[in-house]
Design a binder for this molecule. Sequence first.
Ligand code: AMP
Length: 191
Amino acid sequence: MAEAVIFLGPPGAGKGTQAKRLALELGFRQLSTGDILRSHVARGTELGQQAKPLMEAGKLVPDEIILGLIGQELAEMPDPKVIFDGFPRTLAQAEALDRLLAERKIRLLGVLLVTAPEEELVRRLLGRALEEGRSDDNESTIRARMVEYRQKTQPLVDYYKKTGYLKEINGLGKVDEVYQAIQKALGVGVS
Ligand code: AMP
């Protein structure tokens, strides 16, 4: 059966790490719009050239571009089993995703909201800048990404709360502890 999980939360909450692990355990495909965009930027595609300055400024990429990417990915999957990582990030994206899920008869297993205090998020992102050298992990871009999150993505918390799919996960603990909380929230794996 076609199924999906959504990871929601601010930059630095650990969504990518947790999404990757959950995807491995469930045999789902992790769809990270950030990773797809970074691959376009690295290859210098037209889309990558459009997205690059926005990503470096900590701004969201336009919904049409993101929805085009997601539509393309899903179209290639006959029986989607997907973990959305970093998507949706705006109300328009969430509404479009609802329509896609309904059309493709994909069952939503849960929306995992992974959060941590902002100072901890900034600290982690600055640490990641040293480890991975991501060009959007510098202090001014990080602050801009936090503002985008608060203004455009945070409203999705209420949106999904109303649907009953939202599961809040404390992202402050160790990677293993956070993962166990995710397993528990979704009712998967051994507890
Ligand atoms: P991430 O790796 O998820 O932190 O994404 C890195 C950057 O890619 C973000 O700061 C945005 O510029 C862009 N991006 C990724 N996903 C989305 C999305 N769903 N909507 C708009 N922009 C996105």
